[in-house]
Write a protein that binds this ligand. Structure first.
Ligand code: CS2
Length: 484
């Protein structure tokens, strides 16, 4: 079927009732400014917020701010700020729902002062963020990585286009209570961002104002990059051509620390868990989902697999991941009441096996230096403190080390998409091309690895052992042997 109608306010009446948005853009006044208009936000917090507003009301429209690229802004503007979420891999096949909770759009790179003015607006009571780990500019000690450019942004000598500068200078202009809600996969995301903003304000000659809070939150939904196939399927399921659809799995979860000085939408009505303690959820998700994802990404990419779902079909992979979960992750995680790491892990494996998602290993593999400290290195550090050598976690780290060399086992090139790519390439080029050479050189990346790692003889030996296995036998055979 060819769909000729484009998604717009005027075309909404032509959509099937179940595909229409629960609110229309413009119906709900803005209450949230969201930094990071990528697919994840649009498939997760935006949907929860729309459902909450439809159920319980409240002026909680979202002003979506794109940090850099204008691409999605232009597409959304052309569709009256409407887009659809295509849910794939559920029992009922494809399902599309248009979302109308975006009440405004902004562009941080093009109009940073407009974004500051919006943050200062008392109508905005929540500033939420999905900007990925690297945008917070934090070092491994949790301190802000300051350079001349960022200093200039913080002191007002340069336009505030970075996340630390937008938050710090936005808060300076603010008088009413506000919640800053970090929805990125950082361990302890609320307090971490609070510390970062406090440091940024110090550079600006100020301190954290009263009435601002930084609750922690755990967000979860697999949202891969939208492919050409997804575009076609979204149009067919929606009944209108959408230039900015996002694709997602049916599963979604949101656990939020309930500290909102300026109020919040009734996200509980949309299925979110509001609690006083997010930490057990956050650690569980980072260690038992995200690190397992990274395991699939690095080992799978080395074995030449393009999609996450197909990595799970490699002989031995599910056995290997179950061992990683049971022997390394479970002993290092205290899950929330009523949840076990192993049951949670089984759900994760099922979710990763969703072939309809088309989630690429290279997408999950990017930004390893920013992701691994939150999802993998804590497991390794905790197990070492307990006197154990976490074999499977070490295999995953050795997989990353081999991945960043830039070649899959069949010799084809692997992309290195990472803020430290230049440093990594130089380190790898200068190191002897042996397992020892690679491991020692990369453990020297002090921006990434805790100081103790390079001096830990047992951990080093385990990493060298796995690097040797991967070099000699390739990832597919190493996985097959490990997962037997
Ligand atoms: C993934 C996450 O790309 C990645 O690093 O592990 O984006 C993952 O899909 C989400 O955190 C799931 O909630």
């Amino acid at each position: 079927m060819t769909v000729t109608t484009g998604l717009s306010l005027a075309a909404l009446h032509r959509l099937a009732p179940q595909n229409r948005p629960a609110v229309r853009p413009g119906d709900v006044r803005p209450g949230i400014l969201h930094l990071g208009l990528g697919a994840f936000h649009r498939a997760h917090q935006a949907v929860y917020t729309e459902t909450a507003v439809a159920a319980s009301g409240g002026e909680w429209g979202i002003v979506g701010v794109a940090p850099r690229s204008r691409d999605v802004l232009d597409k959304l503007r052309a569709q009256d700020r409407l887009y659809s979420v295509l849910t794939v891999g559920g029992d009922g096949g494809d399902h599309a729902r248009a979302v109308g909770i975006l009440s405004g759009l902004g562009h941080a790179a093009g109009d940073p002062y407009g974004v500051l003015a919006a943050i200062a607006d008392p109508g905005i009571r929540i500033v939420s963020l999905t900007v990925t780990e690297k945008a917070y500019r934090l070092g491994p000690d949790g301190r802000l990585l300051l350079d001349d450019e960022l200093r200039a942004q913080l002191t007002g000598a340069a336009p505030p286009v970075s996340v630390p500068a937008l938050l710090a200078r936005g808060l300076l202009a603010r008088t009413a209570p506000l919640t800053v809600l970090c929805c990125d996969n950082l361990q302890g995301n609320g307090p971490r961002i609070q510390g970062m903003v406090a440091q940024a304000l110090e550079v600006a000659g100020a301190s954290l104002p009263d009435g601002v809070d930084f609750p922690a939150t755990m967000v979860d939904r697999i949202v891969p990059a939208t492919s050409a196939d997804h575009l076609r399927r979204a149009a067919a399921a929606l009944g209108a051509a959408d230039r900015a659809p996002v694709v997602a799995e049916p599963f979604h979860q949101w656990v939020i620390e309930d500290r909102f000085p300026g109020g919040r939408p009734d996200w509980g009505a949309a299925g979110a868990i509001l609690t006083t303690d997010v930490a057990p959820w956050e650690t569980l998700k980072l260690r038992a989902l995200n690190s397992v994802h990274s395991a699939c990404a690095y080992l799978g990419a080395l074995a030449g697999r393009e999609m996450i779902a197909s990595v799970l079909e490699l002989p031995g992979m599910d056995g290997l991941l179950r061992r990683f979960l049971a022997e390394d992750i479970a002993p290092s995680v205290t899950p929330p009441p009523g949840v076990t790491v192993l049951d949670y892990g089984e759900t994760v494996l099922e979710r990763f096996a969703n072939r309809e998602l088309g989630h690429r290993t290279h997408q999950v593999a990017m930004d390893g230096t920013q992701k691994l400290p939150h999802r993998l290195l804590g497991t390794i550090a905790d197990r070492r403190r307990a006197g154990a050598v976490p074999a499977w976690a070490a295999l995953v780290l050795a997989g990353w080390m081999r991945f960043v060399r830039g070649y899959a086992d069949d010799g084809s090139a692997l992309p290195l998409d990472d803020p430290l790519a230049g440093r990594i390439r130089a380190i790898v080029r200068a190191a002897p091309d042996t397992p020892e050479g690679l491991v020692d050189a990369l453990l020297g990346l002090s921006e990434v690895f805790p100081a103790g790692f390079a001096d830990d003889a047992s951990l080093r030996a385990e990493l060298i052992r796995w690097s040797g296995e991967l070099a000699r036998h390739g990832a597919a055979r190493t996985i097959a042997a490990a997962g037997r």
